[in-house]
Design a protein around this ligand. Sequence first.
Ligand code: PXG
Length: 446
Amino acid sequence: MGQDNDKFAGLSKEQLDAHWMAFTGNRQFKQDPRLIVAADGRYYTDARGRRIFDGLSGLWTCGIGHGRAEITEAISKQASQLDYSPSFQFGHPKAFELAHRITQWMPEGLNRVFFTGSGSESVETALKIARGYWRKKGMASKTRFIGREKGYHGVNFGGISVGGIGANRAIYGQGIEAGHLPHTMIADNQFSKGIPLNGAYLANELEDMIALYDASNIAAVIVEPLAGSAGVIPPPAGYLQQLRDICTKHNILLIFDEVITAFGRMGDKTGAAAFDVVPDIMTTAKQLTNGVIPMGAVISKQEIYDCFMQQGGPEYMLELPHGYTYSAHPVACAAGLASLDILENEQLPQRVKAMAPKFEEMLHSLKGSPHVTDIRNYGFAGALSLAAKDGQPALRPYLVAMAMWEKGFYVRYGGDTIQIGLPFTVEVSEIDSLINALAECLQEVA
Ligand code: PXG
């Protein structure tokens, strides 16, 4: 270990070629792979034997840290007791226990939980519930969705249709009917710390879209309360409340996609709690199981659930023709219960809230570093925007992230941004090292 020539971890070219990797530059990766072979706490070990700080908590998944015995023991015990049980027409106790526990993490009124296998599946589920709900209520023309520019709602056809990251849609052709609100990353808000002051007026664009499409044709508005993938865009003061008010006024459902923001990262139970606005449906995944086992959950207001029950026909009939083979998978439920136990017992959302100002201060110390055109943050989420190099906006973040990897830090690069999602258990000295390394990399990368 420790030798550069170990970086292939003994894999042959044929093995490397066989795996078509997700959201990865496959050609570059396979020439110079970044292979991770172990994880422990807030650190990865790569194939060269180096310890690497996990500056994105996996992919915003592992806030508790890696290898927590309580979680691995819970899943191993569950796998030996009940490794799988059919998710259609049968149930197992932990699914109900976890659903109930999740409701205790939700704002008042969100109390019916549907399980999925990922964030993308949570989004499709929420969109289908929204359309189905209006049809059950006799308003079948309410089918259109409104998303937002720069929104990320996973990769399935519904998600990329309401999503607003052009590169994720461009090659796939037609999706489902959706309009897009303007994003809120405006020049007036550059280098805002936490919640930006300007931009609530952008929510009024929803009124214009309603005037264009008519509320009788719109099922729901879907936004991330804080946009994650596009590079951490916190909501302007008053913006989400404005969206809420307009949706309520026009009888349109409001969906918060909280795949990144739920379960602690915002320094609160959810983004809805942190920003004090309650949606009608919330989508979650990632942190629910600390990333250890794939799982998502869609949480809806009781009125929506009740509508399906009331319109469900004979009681032996199913009310929602939707679900996944792995909905409420017993091993995922065990991981979810163990993760929520740790988040609660160790008061990790509270810890995030208490340490967020320190992170904010340190992150914003990078203002003035070469190439940095904006810095944004909230809770334990932060991002830098970097100026384009040679007319290629995505090039410099890639170079910076690779330089960080060489220094022993994993951060995410996407579009023209570098993103940080700190583990909830991080120490101040680790934030300090991370930010210092970032400052050096920004100097080094031309
Ligand atoms: N909605 C939101 C808001 C997300 O952030 C998804 C849906 C899709 O989840 P799945 O589990 O299907 O991937 C996501 C996922 C990044 C990054 O670096 C973000 C995501 C995934 C991978 C990387 O910002 N978000």
